[in-house]
Design a protein around this ligand. Structure first.
Ligand code: GUN
Length: 292
């Protein structure tokens, strides 16, 4: 079993990006700049946004985090997005999800200029992705592709089962793994909450991408010998074994599944850091294309 080390791989990617930033600095040009908007007090969102901000510092990007209280109106949020869209000094913009119920995530996603949409959530960018046109691939699926690629895992002709059909992970992942490209070229089955007898599908899978958000859902009896397992889940649960009183669990029951795998991602330290590396890559891509 080989552990797909997201910490190590994301550090490699960040080092490569930092080298690019040094080259930009030498020319005297302005640096790539990511803006992040966060609304409300969601603890997980705050952790993710802090990690994104820190990653920008590490590679030498400029970053701006804009925090709004839960009570901000949709109109005011949309106004701010418009302002950032028009700001030539900002290359990438993301609004951390989820948003409070009174704000439409669809309206917010559609308000972000597609050329600054480093999350790759805008319908134009999702459409371009489905047609394999140049675009921003959303960060978590892109991070998973990078991990597969950097470990040199062959994917063509394999059967990939994606569990979960969210707009952020499962849906784009299924499209990317099916496209005529590397990594890709797999036969994809997209399973979800209405799938009957899920195990019959997962047992056929050469690659399983678990993105359903239920801790330790995927058990050893659901995985065939030699499978590649990518665990996108990250749920904080109470624990008496840790000092903090909390631990992070993936969607895969790692202890029993990992001995059967050829490759598997750990949680934490697998997909999570790759997501951030992919976001940085997208921001650099936005910088270059907006400066040409
Ligand atoms: N919430 C959970 N994952 C993400 C992400 O990749 N981007 C944004 N904007 N919000 C998220």
């Amino acid at each position: 079993m080989i552990l797909l080390d997201g910490n190590k791989t994301s550090t490699e990617i960040k080092n490569e990006i930092a080298q690019e930033v040094l080259k930009i600095k030498e020319t005297g040009a302005r640096l790539p700049h990511l803006a992040v908007i966060i609304v409300g007090e969601n603890g997980a969102s705050k952790t993710y946004v802090a990690a994104k901000e820190k990653a920008c510092q590490v590679v030498g990007f400029q970053s701006t985090v804009i925090e709004y209280p839960e009570s901000i109106s949709e109109t005011d949020l949309l106004k701010k997005i418009k302002e950032i869209n028009e700001n030539a000094e900002i290359d990438g913009l993301l609004v951390q999800l989820p948003l409070p119920k009174h704000i439409s995530e669809t309206k917010v996603t559609e308000a972000i200029a597609p050329e600054k949409d480093v999350d790759g959530f805008h319908p134009i960018n999702v459409g371009r992705m489905t047609q394999n046109l140049p675009t921003f691939l959303s960060a978590t699926p892109n991070g998973i592709l990078q991990l597969i690629e950097r470990y040199g895992i062959e994917t063509a002709g394999k059967h990939c089962v994606v569990i979960g059909r969210s707009n952020i992970v499962g849906m784009p992942m299924s499209i990317l793994m099916a496209r005529k490209a590397y990594p890709g070229n797999t036969t994809v089955t997209l399973c979800h909450s209405q799938t009957k007898d899920l195990k019959t599908f997962t047992l056929q899978a050469d690659i399983i991408i678990a993105a359903l958000g239920i801790p330790e859902f995927l058990k050893a009896e659901m995985v065939k010998e030699g499978a590649i397992v990518i665990d996108v889940g990250i749920t904080r649960v109470k624990s008496e074994q840790t000092k903090s009183g909390w631990k992070l669990l993936g969607d895969v029951k790692f202890d029993e599944v990992s001995p059967k795998c050829s490759y598997i991602t750990p949680v934490p330290g697998g997909v999570g850091p790759m997501t951030i590396a992919a976001l940085l890559k997208n921001t650099l891509q936005a910088y270059y294309s907006n400066n040409q």
